[in-house]
Structures are given as C-alpha cells and as structure tokens.
Design a binder for this molecule. Structure first.
Ligand code: SF4
Length: 452
C-alpha cells in the first residue's frame, strides 16, 4: 500500500465525546499520511467509533462491519478498526464474532492509534482495552468545523448510575490540566475558531482527580475556576460546556455563567426521571426538588437561558404514577430540548439484572407520550424568540437551501437566514427572527456584529 494510496474513513456513532475522539483519531491518521475518503468503499482503512449506550446503538456496528468483513476476503490489505465503547465492552469477544477485524481499541487508546496500527502493519491482530493514563495528544484533531470545536476537559466517569455503561467502557475520571486546556484553546483561537464546547461525561467532576485543595476545602481545580481561567483566550467568542450533573451543579457555577460574557446561557443538565424513588434506584444522587431548584436559580439570574436535558422512561420498576412525575416535571420546566430514551438493559450494569423489567410495549407507550409532550412544550418555549433580535454565530450553509446560511444563537437554537457563507462563516450576525419552529428559527440578517 503506497503512502499516497492510503485512504481512511471514520464512521462515528453516539455522543459528542465520540465525535471529539473521532476528530483526534482522524488527526493521527492524517499525520501518518492517510487521506480522508468520503465513502468507506474508497478507503483501505475503515474505522468505526462505536456507541453502546443502548442495545440498538451496539447492534448497528455489526451490520456495518459485516459488509466490510466480506469485502476484506477480496481485499486482504483492507484494515478494519473498531474503536469506542463497543470495542471496550466486547474486546476479544468482538474478534471472535468478526475475525476479519484488525484492531479493537477502547476510547482511552484513541491517541495511541499510530502505535497500534504499526503493530497491525507488523501482522498482529490487536485488542487494546486495558485501562491506561490518557496522555496529551501530540497530533492535532482533524475537526469537522472551522468555526466551532470540541475540547475535552475530563475523560471517563466515577459515578455509578445503575443503568449506565459509561464508567465501565470509558474508565475512571481523568482531568486534563487547566494549562493544557487553555493551550488548546489558544491554538484554536489562532486558527480562527470562534466557539469552544468544553466536554466531559460529567463535566462538573472536572478537576476532582487533580491535586490541590483550597483553604475552604474545595477542589482547587473545578469547572467554575476553569471557566474563569480560559475566559480571556483571544479569538474565542463563545464558550459552552456539557454534560452537567445535577448532583454537583453549584451556585458558584451559575454565578460564573451569569458573570462571564463569553459563556453562553445554555445548560445541558440531564434529570433522567421526575420521580425520587426512580432517581434513587438509578443512583443519581439528587431529588427532583433539587433539580427544580437548580433550574429556578439559573432562571433567576438568566431568565432567558436555554435548558436541555436527557430523560429515560421505562426504568425497571417504574410505575405509571412515577412516570407521570416525569411528565409533570417536563410540563412545569418547559425544556428547550429534551433527549428521550426508553430504558435499555446494558451489559455489566446493575439495573440490567433486576427482576422488575418493564415490557417493550409499556416502554414504547411512555416514550411516545413523553415525546408528544416534549414537542408541545418546546413549541411553547420557542415562542419567546418571535420577532426578537438574536446573535447567531454562522457555522455553515443551509444544506437544504444554498441561499441561506445556518448557525446557532447563544441559547443553542439552530437558526437559518439569507446570506453568503463565504462572507459570513465564523461571524456573529444580528438576526431578526421572523419564523419560529419547536427546535429551530428563521430570520432576516440586520448586521454582522463581528469582523471577518
Ligand atoms: S454520570 Fe451517570 S449517566 Fe452520566 S456517564 Fe456517568 S454513570 Fe453514566
């Protein structure tokens, strides 16, 4: 395989963490001389970055892999890589199931891809799922956008939510140093990026594994102090962070978000259930009352803040009355966006072994009722944008209408308006909202607020 014929394709399943890991692995491959191929069929290295948060996500990768495994019999030079959470969960079992795979690598090994591929090139079949300390990347990610960027701040999760596979597949919490995070943001600012999303499975846990305690007994390194530490990075106009955990969400953080102009008024705080007994069974570590107090406090200081969340229906043992408590919370909080899912028993999670599993029919019924309510409430919540002027950071052309560009408000609302992408990409434009939909807006540009 000559260097210039080395072409790669990455298919990414799942969450923002996986998207960020795929960008890092793409950066490693391009540093090795591989070139991106828009389709897997033109590539001779195919990488699936997988998700196992629910069974259907896991099963998807096997249908994709099956086709390429057949192809490999005709093209022995084809390299097949399975990365991410299914790789970590299955390890050697995945090789037994699909022996054509060359490399199975867990999320912690993302930036070791070159070493692992060197071993594959030497004729070995590799499984890299042992827990390791994640060192800083030496190669730059190949980012999907030139305007917005993901920046990992903490890998893994030490929580033990009884339905969740993440701690088992992503390992213990490993925070990056504030200096490493700031350096990455400084480079992004120099490259013309305008917005950064700080990422962590449980971002409120940032820094608790790093040394240092303040005189008040607080972890010296924490998300709030990190926001102050990176706020003045030149060129970066907007800062977002995800995913928050109600158990650790603090008054200091809310104050900081209110005080720091670049920090966008958008909070992603999964609540999962509106019922305290279900939250207890999930080992979430907070009550619905505490969750409501957090939202109320955010809205006290930032009345227009956007609130999004995740919710699970049909958790083992959930009664109709307990499900109605979830509906009641959604009814009263009026989320801007709510990601909903029916409970899916996952390998090596406590709740999967419990007797009181609900039927698929009950789960499907509850999911449909919740989604109906979510759509209604998002529609109501969206009405506040009508005829308002919103600051929109232009990210791309509208794929459905080339006369329009698209971007998001500070509240993370997708917005479309007429414009030329070459002129407006990366600029913040004042847009008068003329049309409101449940999850997106359309408007007319007034003026560009930031220079080219
Ligand atoms: S906080 Fe809970 S739900 Fe979130 S990643 Fe950790 S274990 Fe999973």
């Amino acid at each position: 395989m000559t260097p210039d014929s080395r072409r790669y394709h990455i298919t990414t399943f799942g969450c923002q963490m996986n998207k960020a890991d795929s960008e890092r692995m793409a950066g490693v491959l391009e540093n090795m001389g591989f070139q991106w191929s828009d389709t897997p069929d033109d590539a001779n290295l195919i990488l699936y970055n997988t998700c196992t948060i629910r069974d259907n996500a896991e099963q998807k990768v096997y249908s994709y892999l099956g086709r390429q495994a057949k192809r490999k019999h005709a093209e022995p030079d084809l390299t097949l890589v399975v990365a991410g959470c299914v790789a970590q969960q299955e390890g050697d079992d995945l090789l037994r199931r699909v022996p054509e795979v060359d490399l199975v690598m867990g999320p912690q090994h993302a930036n070791r891809l070159e070493d692992l591929l060197d071993q594959v090139a030497a004729g070995q079949q590799i499984v890299a799922t042992e827990p390791i300390h994640i060192v800083e990347d030496i190669t730059k990610p190949r980012r999907d956008s030139t305007v917005t960027a993901w920046v990992n701040v903490i890998y893994g999760c030490n929580e033990r939510c009884t339905y969740c596979v993440v701690p088992g597949v992503r390992g213990v919490e490993q925070s990056r140093t504030p200096e490493a995070i700031r350096n990455e943001m400084v480079q992004l600012g120099e490259q013309g990026f305008k917005e950064v999303t700080l990422l962590g499975q449980n971002i409120d846990a940032y820094g608790r594994d790093l040394p240092g305690v303040t005189p008040e007994g607080r972890h010296q390194h924490n998300l709030t102090d990190l926001l102050y530490f990176v706020h003045d990075v030149p060129g970066i106009e907007r800062i977002r962070f995800a995913t928050s955990h109600p158990r650790y969400f603090t008054e200091r953080l809310i104050q900081a978000c209110c005080e720091l102009p670049k920090v966008c008024e958008h909070f992603h705080i999964p609540f999962q259930s509106g019922d305290n007994d279900v939250l207890k069974a999930m080992s979430r570590g907070y009550t619905q009352e505490k969750y409501r107090r957090i939202i109320d406090r955010i809205r006290d200081l930032m009345p227009d803040a956007s609130i999004s969340a995740d919710a699970i229906v049909g958790f083992p043992g959930e009664t109709e009355a307990q499900f109605e408590n979830t509906l009641k919370l959604v009814e009263e909080i009026e989320f801007d966006q709510l990601n909903t899912a029916a409970y899916s028993p996952r390998p090596r999670t406590p709740a999967a072994l419990w007797e009181n599993q609900l039927s698929e029919e009950v789960k499907a019924d509850r999911l449909q009722r919740l989604n109906h309510l979510v759509g209604l409430k998002a529609g109501v919540r969206s009405q506040r944008y009508a005829n308002r002027i919103e600051e929109v950071l232009v990210e791309d052309q509208n794929p459905k209408d080339p006369t329009q560009v698209m971007g998001r408000t500070r509240g993370n609302r997708l917005t479309f308006f007429p414009g030329n992408i070459e002129e407006l990409r990366g600029r913040i434009v004042a847009v008068k909202v003329t049309e409101v939909r449940s999850f997106s807006l359309t408007g007319q540009p007034l003026s560009a607020l930031t220079p080219v």
